[in-house]
Design a protein around this ligand. Structure first.
Ligand SMILES: Nc1ncnc2c1ncn2[C@@H]1O[C@H](COP(=O)(O)OP(=O)(O)OP(=O)(O)O)[C@@H](O)[C@H]1O
Length: 338
């Protein structure tokens, strides 16, 4: 399969000063993942588990207090050009060579990211000109109208100011601006959480369209919402306390979650199905750990109903169960018996 990104034991920590003592917040701590062409990955996990930090690290957007601590990150372009995290001398170089062109990130607060007093056509012109100094304004407007049409937005949107757009329209315009240069990888952080259900669906449709038309090769969709992941993603990536604990095809992970944490996450989703509602709302007991001093062994062990002695002492390796990869001692040497 065509790889677009490879992460091996990737680590990025925040340096935090309390008084005169420095602490390290281990937000991305030994992450392994391969992203393929045509992938739509749903990256899920509780608040604070490191999803946004992983996105920033994938973007090689490492500014203090966030610091790269080791491991590999490789981005592979459609033409086979390879970019390694360690090769860049400055953030400016990363910005010039990677952002927008090969990888792009739409952050959580993207709805407010567009300058309200600059017309869409001028914003798009600036994006396109940052990678092609020779482009003229008319060409830039034409390219922008084409991309807007691909996302089912009318031509006249180029003439508008961001404050004139509704939430859903603005989110699609943000997606259009972020993908004007057809980057291989698009990372979107909670793109639908501030929208009503109907508008959410329109935004999800736009994302699927970007993928289907090959305007982007791979999408990483960060969310708390497993129902949304089910609608859009082909694979689900479950993160807990700075680590990936399970990766697999979306349907099989949701139907038959392997890691006890994934099971807890899925069980805690409120359901509209009466038989599930009757069981009541379940939740994962306890709190996620402090990432300055996470538990030894498996980081989930203090909250895990299946925790064994080994879980408290040693970190589990990754085991393949069917098409799913899971980091859990229950599966070392075979399938869990229960
Ligand atoms: N600037 C910072 N300095 C120190 N620690 C930080 C900083 N930003 C985030 N963290 C910590 O890093 C950890 C991971 O945070 P991150 O925002 O990546 O999680 P998340 O899974 O994206 O959460 P959410 O779903 O709430 O956005 C958390 O413990 C958080 O408190």
């Amino acid at each position: 399969m065509d790889k677009r990104m490879v992460l091996e034991e990737l680590r990025a920590y925040y340096r935090q000063l309390k008084g005169t003592t420095e602490y390290l917040v281990k937000a991305v701590d030994g992450v392994n993942l391969e992203v393929y062409k045509k992938d739509i990955l749903g990256l899920v996990g509780e608040s604070g588990c490191g999803k946004s930090t992983l996105a920033k690290t994938m973007m090689i957007d490492l500014t203090p207090p966030l610091q790269y601590m080791g491991g590999r990150l490789e981005i592979i372009s459609r033409d086979g050009e390879r970019f390694e995290i360690g090769q860049f001398k400055s953030r400016d170089e990363v910005k010039r060579r990677l952002w927008g062109k090969h990888i792009t990130y739409v952050p959580q607060d993207a709805l407010n990211a567009l300058m309200p007093t600059i017309r869409i056509k001028k914003i798009a012109y600036d994006v396109l000109r940052s990678h092609n100094n020779d482009i003229n304004f008319q060409e830039a407007v034409k390219t922008t109208k084409e991309r807007l049409a691909e996302l089912d937005l009318p031509d006249y949107v180029v003439e508008l100011y961001p404050f004139q757009l509704s939430g859903g329209m603005r989110q699609r315009v943000v997606l259009a601006m972020a993908t004007l240069l057809n980057p291989e990888i698009l990372i979107v952080d909670e793109p639908t959480s501030a929208l009503d259900v109907t508008t959410q669906k329109i935004v999800l449709k736009s994302l699927l369209k970007l993928r289907k038309l090959n305007l982007v090769d791979s999408i990483i969709f960060i969310t708390h919402d497993i129902a949304t992941v089910r609608q859009i993603a082909n694979r689900i990536v479950v993160m807990y306390a700075g680590k990936i604990v399970e990766v697999g095809p979306v349907d099989s992970v949701i139907r038959d979650p392997l890691h006890p944490y994934t099971k807890g996450l899925i069980d805690s989703v409120t359901s509209i199905e009466p038989e599930k509602r009757e069981k009541g709302i379940s939740y994962i007991p306890g709190q996620p750990p402090n990432l300055i001093d996470p538990p030894k062994g498996c980081r989930f062990h203090p909250r895990c109903p299946y925790a064994m002695d080994v879980c408290k002492k040693e970190e589990p390796g990754v085991v393949e169960v069917g098409k799913t990869q899971v980091a859990c001692w229950l599966y070392e040497g075979g399938r869990k018996n229960d």
